[in-house]
Design a protein around this ligand. Sequence first.
Ligand SMILES: NC(=O)c1ccc[n+]([C@@H]2O[C@H](COP(=O)([O-])OP(=O)(O)OC[C@H]3O[C@@H](n4cnc5c(N)ncnc54)[C@H](OP(=O)(O)O)[C@@H]3O)[C@@H](O)[C@H]2O)c1
Length: 333
Amino acid sequence: MKAMLCTHYGPPEEMELRDLPSPVPGRNQVLITVKACGVNFPDVLMLADKYQFKPPLPFPPGGEVAGVVKALGEGVSNLKVGDRVAVSIGNGGFAEEVLADSRRCVAMPANVGFDVASAFIVTYGTSYHALKDRAKLKPGEHLVVLGAAGGVGLSAVEIGVAMGAKVIAGASTQEKVDLAIKHGAVAGFVYPKLPLSRDQQKAMSDKIKELTGGAGADVLYDPVGDQYSEPALRAMNWEGRYLVIGFAAGEIAKIPLNLTLLKGCDVLGVFWGMATQRDPKRANESLQEIMKMISDGKLHPDVSAKFPLAEGGKSIRMLMDRKAMGKVVVTMG
Ligand SMILES: NC(=O)c1ccc[n+]([C@@H]2O[C@H](COP(=O)([O-])OP(=O)(O)OC[C@H]3O[C@@H](n4cnc5c(N)ncnc54)[C@H](OP(=O)(O)O)[C@@H]3O)[C@@H](O)[C@H]2O)c1
């Protein structure tokens, strides 16, 4: 089987397509014929040796896949050969076959395609966990989403809308804001690219306050970090909840803690990957709930670009260059 391998840390264009032996499933594992693999920002970070989890070289990136069960390992009773499944695997999805823990696989309804199924676990799983379990978002609240047209950002927009929140989308271009509005955001604003002057930071806070009727954000979803975080925190409502999702803009913001005192607000860390390990049963229930909402037409993961495995590097380059809208996937065969 073919796999696109990161053989050394560096640009995604330097990955190599190689033939590897077909893996053999161990206890509780299934072998999956991969049909599509979702691309996420951790793939960018892994290739640059900047991610907290470091697979040994050489490795295929790709943390989530959808495909067909090809073989069962010992002890697998919940799946059979031929089942269509989606699963989060950490890395390894840039390949024609992968091994996965059968207990983490989510069955795919007949009306959900492989590209969509490969593109929801990390993003929608993260946002569902963030908005439901961590922020306890309530109907009618103002949810402000930064990076609102990115993978996790757009999923937060959609889940926020489905939970009855008034969603405000922030992004770096009008085209991105428009995409978030197409997915249900009631309003949006464009923020400038870095570096931000003091005036630009204040303007960003003021815009969030204006779009939330002067009150500020009840829940703020921040996957971008860096200089965007402090102005966003300055625009929180009293007893708001600020969700720390990621740092796609580069630096991890260092926040003056007095801001949380003045707002009476909570800063909540979100680590979906760890949450799935600590409570796999709850994580699997969440993913099944999300899959049902997709199948029922209540959520619409937006796959904006697809690349064949041999051009997998281009998919990661799109995220690196801030060009991805919604999700980018790699398709096999
Ligand atoms: N906490 C968790 O459990 C969890 C789970 C999944 C992902 N994450 C994190 O969430 C972040 C977003 O991941 P994603 O997969 O959604 O990535 P993505 O699709 O590439 O979206 C990231 C967004 O960040 C914004 N951005 C700002 N500065 C950027 C820069 N210099 N380069 C690239 N993007 C930049 C972009 O929106 P604008 O251009 O509109 O600013 C982009 O749409 C990452 O930091 C990732 O590690 C966290």
